[in-house]
Design a protein around this ligand. Structure first.
Ligand code: SAH
Length: 364
């Protein structure tokens, strides 16, 4: 970046803004003022930030910016689910999804352009990894969706929950994700309660521990198999972090983050992981633990060989877990007609290479 390129203030959490303003010789409360303008009032034009001095407004006008992703398309599903395609640079666009439900509205946001984890049943994986999103690109999704829904803080299409379940593995981009999470949970930012913000991960163990220290939000873990042999086939990350080490990290997280439970996601793949014996095996892993299970009917995408488990099979699987007193729900499939369901987000990504789960880059 050249010395004169404007700084994107959307990339900063409160502490970052304090540092920025103090370096300008300004008082630290400027950070709170700017946060409120941007995240609570939806104002990105410095000239409208009337509680800043004229001189500061002029300085920001010249040297800073609030840069948002660019809206490419917006689609609405028959069930009310909405999906936005947002361009983050010339070669990459990511998807954001709003899921309205009775009494709540969940925004599902992306953390990377593409994904490097290579889970076999996920369409985002097919396109490979392009790059990590910046904090501003992550927060920009929330900002644009809120504006587009006509509701920053109120109204029937209000965003009440945010889930990092879109494109990408958030724990491979934890530094940027943590900045965004802190702004989401900051009373002077978006003001979400920690339990209303959920990060979903394929299970990068050391980063789960780090998340607890950086911003302890709710955690969902993609499990998808009750034994290492199968999980390794479905999710290459399991070679590095097998189930036992992953579950240990989960129970540590419950303590460190002071939360009630971890949500385990389990995508139901016909004839692969949906047998009653596999439900029993899963029950043995989770029985008596602070765990909830979300069964996700598999969402097909072009080129996949997997099929969705039939509804009665999913019901039986759920009942076995429930009999073991494990709180289990089947996730309702939403937004399928606009390819907005779990595992169907692809955006437009320039494949730069694939990164192994340990973060090492490989050439594409
Ligand atoms: N990378 C993170 C965030 C993705 S969240 C993670 O792995 O958790 C999306 C959830 O949908 C994950 O549990 C993911 O495993 C699951 N999923 C992926 N592809 C799917 C598909 N085709 N059908 C149903 N669920 C899928």
């Amino acid at each position: 970046m050249s010395a004169s390129a404007p700084v994107n203030l959307l990339d900063f959490d409160h502490a970052g803004l304090v540092r920025y303003f103090e370096a300008l010789g300004e008082r630290s409360y400027r950070a709170t003022q700017v946060q409120k303008w941007v995240h609570q009032l939806g104002v990105t034009d410095f000239t409208q930030m009337t509680d800043l001095s004229k001189a500061l407004r002029a300085h920001l006008q010249e040297h800073a910016t609030i840069r948002l992703p660019e809206l490419v398309t917006r689609q609405q599903s028959a069930d009310g689910t909405e999906k936005w395609l947002l361009r983050v640079d010339a070669g990459n666009a990511v998807e954001t999804v709003f899921i309205p439900e009775e009494g709540r509205g969940t925004l599902c946001i992306s953390s990377q352009a593409g994904c490097a984890m290579n889970c076999r049943f996920c369409s985002t994986a097919q396109q490979g990894y392009s790059r990590d999103l910046t904090p501003g690109e992550i927060l920009g999704q929330v900002w644009l969706a809120a504006r587009d829904l006509g509701s920053l803080k109120s109204g029937s299409r209000r965003i009440t929950n945010v889930v990092l379940m879109g494109m990408g593995e958030p724990l491979q981009n934890l530094d940027n994700v943590a900045v965004a999470l802190r702004v989401l949970c900051d009373d002077n930012g978006w003001g979400f309660a920690r339990r209303r913000v959920t990060l979903s991960t394929s299970g990068i163990v050391p980063e789960i521990d780090r998340l607890a220290t950086l911003c302890p939000v709710s955690l969902a873990v993609s499990l998808h198999a009750p034994d290492d042999a199968l999980r390794e086939r479905l999710m290459p990350v399991n070679r590095k972090y097998p189930i036992a080490s992953l579950l240990d990290a989960c129970w540590r997280y419950v303590m460190a983050a002071d939360i009630d439970h971890i949500t385990f996601e389990y995508t139901m793949l016909d004839g692969v992981n949906d047998a009653p014996a596999q439900a029993q095996q899963l029950a043995r892993l989770l029985r008596g633990k602070p765990a909830k299970v979300n069964l996700i009917p598999f969402n097909p995408f072009p080129g996949t060989a997997y099929r969705r488990s039939p509804a009665p099979v999913i019901d039986q699987f759920r009942e076995i877990l429930q009999q073991a007193r494990i709180l289990t729900m089947t996730r309702k499939t939403r937004g399928e007609d606009i390819d907005a369901a779990c595992g169907q987000l692809v955006g437009r990504v320039t494949r730069r290479g694939v990164r192994r789960p340990d973060g090492e880059a490989l050439r594409a």
